[in-house]
Write a protein that binds this ligand. Structure first.
Ligand SMILES: CCCCCCCCCCCCCC(=O)SCCNC(=O)CCNC(=O)[C@H](O)C(C)(C)COP(=O)(O)OP(=O)(O)OC[C@H]1O[C@@H](n2cnc3c(N)ncnc32)[C@H](O)[C@@H]1OP(=O)(O)O
Length: 140
């Protein structure tokens, strides 16, 4: 399973191209195949700041999209996914530092893959945001 995660991360982190997934720089921490859970780390960067030097909500939503999308693609076994919907609850501001996004694939259906994700500040372990999303195997 680790090899599949690394394959996906290598695929989306194209260092020669400016792409959102690449710029967010997700780092795989670990996964449990049976539980369909995985942890992905994001270290915040200045370009993600809003005018108050907090991480912009759009960047946080993108981290959730990437974390859950990578997990959906990894646990479906092959190919890519499209995001069909994404809901985010912003609980505490993301200040500078590192954040662990813990995804759970709650349903691997025949057409839809459903996921939930909890983001915690790495240093304190405090929950800063939660999300849920629905993903569809990419057919095109
Ligand atoms: C090793 C490699 C692994 C790689 C893993 C990467 C991991 C990823 C991790 C990162 C995760 C980040 C993930 C992201 O960032 S994904 C980016 C955000 N999400 C989207 O853009 C999803 C857009 N929505 C859809 O594609 C559909 O609604 C879905 C698939 C969700 C449901 O389907 P449904 O059956 O309800 O709808 P439909 O199939 O009839 O489509 C509706 C309309 O859209 C057209 N359409 C659809 N697609 C394309 C297209 N490509 N090019 C042009 N047009 C396209 C289609 O022709 C139709 O138009 P029309 O015929 O009505 O005019």
């Amino acid at each position: 399973m680790e090899a599949r995660f690394q394959e996906i991360l290598n695929h989306i982190k194209q260092p020669k191209e400016i792409r959102l997934n690449n710029m967010l720089d997700p780092f795989f921490l670990g996964a449990d195949e049976e539980e369909m859970t995985a942890d992905i780390l994001f270290c915040t960067q200045e370009w993600e700041w809003n005018q108050r030097n907090e991480i912009h909500g759009g960047a946080i939503a993108s981290m959730f999209d990437t974390a859950m999308g990578v997990c959906a693609a990894a646990f479906q076994g092959q190919g890519s996914v499209s995001t069909a919907d994404l809901q985010v609850s912003f609980i505490r501001p993301f200040l500078s530092g590192a954040f662990i996004f813990s995804t759970q694939i709650t349903s691997m259906g025949k057409t839809l893959i459903r996921a939930t994700c909890v983001a915690r500040e790495k240093q304190s372990g405090k929950i800063v945001a939660t999300a849920s999303g629905t993903f569809v195997p990419f057919k095109k």
